[in-house]
Ligand binder design. Structure first.
Ligand code: SF4
Ligand SMILES: [Zn+2]
Length: 107
């Protein structure tokens, strides 16, 4: 298999042969996950795990946790706790939430 097939070689090249190879590759999932973990993959690259570099960048940002700062103490937290569905967090802890609401009440 020519490794160049995994890299765009002309404008609009979709690297279909490489994608087809990936589709039937037994380690496709692991290959994709490894690419997503590699910092250097953010710089671009060829087809890996059935995806081109742009597709991996989109997937990476979709999977990345959204970070926000606690309204009270400024600590960086995940806006949504894994497994806790829809509720958006704005405080790092109950204590911060209480403090913030208390200050709001007393002015
Ligand atoms: S790039 Fe990854 S998924 Fe695609 S053929 Fe190679 S090892 Fe398999
Ligand atoms: Zn806090």
């Amino acid at each position: 298999m020519n490794p160049n097939l995994f890299f765009v070689s002309y404008p609009g090249d979709r690297c279909v042969v490489a994608r087809r190879k990936c589709a039937e590759c037994p380690v496709r999932q692991e290959c994709l996950e490894a690419a997503l973990r590699e910092p250097s993959d953010r710089l671009g690259g060829g087809i890996r795990g059935g995806m081109d570099a742009d597709q991996r960048a989109k997937l990476r940002s979709r999977l990345a946790p959204e970070l926000v700062e606690c309204r009270e103490c400024g600590e960086t937290i995940q806006a949504r706790e894994p497994g806790k569905g829809g509720t958006r967090r704005v405080f790092c802890s109950g204590a911060c939430s209480t403090r913030w609401h208390y200050r709001k009440r007393v002015g």
